[in-house]
Design a protein around this ligand. Structure first.
Ligand SMILES: [Zn+2]
Ligand SMILES: [Zn+2]
Ligand SMILES: [Zn+2]
Length: 143
């Protein structure tokens, strides 16, 4: 999916959830779309503070959490810190999972879903969702 359409889709989702378009919100989304890896709230705040001097960490953090509730972002706990990345576009992408580098936050897609293996062991349960992530170090971070 092209970066621009990921951003547009994200802004559309905000609107559908009753969030007003603001330059700050759009800037956070653009920043994360460009990064395309897991980034800490601190790093997002540092960037935002350059663009909008004085913006509070709380505002940035709250936005990141709201965005991940709307599935605009994905969040994960890396080394005890919540990190965020732009959610892979809905629709345009087939269901997949990620390998996540715990050092630089870069991700790789894994086109296989382990649920196929587990469903047989969960008879009688209704499954509402699942998470599956593989953590490790990417090629660059092993040097
Ligand atoms: Zn993905
Ligand atoms: Zn890495
Ligand atoms: Zn899956």
């Amino acid at each position: 999916m092209a970066k621009q359409s990921v951003i547009e889709e994200a802004l559309q989702t905000l609107k559908e959830n009753g969030f007003k378009y603001t330059k700050k919100r759009a800037t956070i989304i653009e920043f994360l779309a460009k990064k395309n890896r897991y980034v800490s709230a601190r790093e997002v705040h540092e960037f935002m503070n350059q663009e909008f001097p004085g913006v509070s960490y709380d505002t940035v953090y709250r936005n990141l959490h709201d965005f991940s509730d709307f599935e605009i972002l994905e969040e994960t706990d890396l080394n005890g810190e919540m990190k965020f990345r732009i959610h892979c576009g809905h629709g345009a992408h087939e269901h997949h999972h990620h390998f996540i580098c715990t050092v630089c936050g870069k991700t790789k897609e894994i086109h296989m879903c382990p649920m196929d293996f587990f469903e047989g062991q969960l008879q009688g349960c209704s499954i509402e969702g699942h998470r599956f992530e593989i953590l490790g170090r990417c090629e660059d971070c092993q040097k």
